[in-house]
Design a protein around this ligand. Structure first.
Ligand SMILES: [Zn+2]
Length: 205
């Protein structure tokens, strides 16, 4: 399997980070991705995804204290005639590797949405749900409310996110069925919304 083009200029172990990212990208293809992990200038964390050259940046604050609590956009947005709101949910990560993984997965979902030929607009909550699912299922972290009580899974894990990006290439698919993928790509509607970068988000606590 070819690796993502991966660079890490933080003090974190590159092999460990890279293995973490590759493991949790599967079953989706990562051959096209370029991933760079670095320290942020001032924010506690941020991430960005550039569709044009398949590039993901992960920026980590140098002075973050762990465990680190993130506000995450997980619950369904609710509204009445005057306003909308979302139930507050938090994810606490134990170390910088877990924070980097969360940011990576958030940006990866943006990338997969684009790869699947779907509209890239207004996907922030879905990206957070995609990332949170891995942190809960594979790393053992909890989703909590502001009182540190567990948030029931159904409140945030109610969408079939894999179905949304089902048309994104999976591992081996490009090599096995290149003509099939080319035909599918040709059918995709042009998407004018993904012209530059998306989603530079900073910590909100
Ligand atoms: Zn985003």
């Amino acid at each position: 399997m070819r690796d993502v083009r991966f660079t890490n200029v933080t003090a974190l172990d590159s092999d460990r980070l890279h293995a973490l990212f590759v493991r949790h990208t599967q079953p989706y293809c990562h051959e096209k991705l370029t991933v760079r992990v670095r320290y942020s200038r001032s924010s506690e964390f941020s991430g960005s995804c550039y569709y044009r050259d398949s590039r993901i940046f992960i920026n980590l604050g140098r002075k973050n204290k762990y465990p680190y609590r993130l506000y995450v956009h997980l619950a369904k947005a609710q509204s009445n005639s005057r306003m909308w709101w979302r139930r507050a949910c938090f994810l606490t990560v134990e170390n910088a590797y877990e924070l980097a993984l969360f940011i990576y997965l958030h940006e990866l979902f943006h990338f997969l949405v684009k790869q699947a030929g779907r509209s890239t607009r207004r996907k922030e909550a879905m990206c957070d749900r995609f990332a949170a699912r891995v942190l809960v299922d594979h790393v053992g972290r909890r989703i909590t409310d502001k009182f540190n009580h567990d948030v029931p899974r159904g409140v945030w894990d109610f969408q079939d996110l894999d179905a949304l990006v089902a048309a994104a290439p999976r591992v081996g698919q490009l090599l096995l069925f290149p003509e099939l993928h080319a035909a599918r790509a040709a059918r995709r509607r042009p998407d004018l919304s993904g012209i530059g970068a998306t989603s530079v988000r900073s910590a909100e606590l």
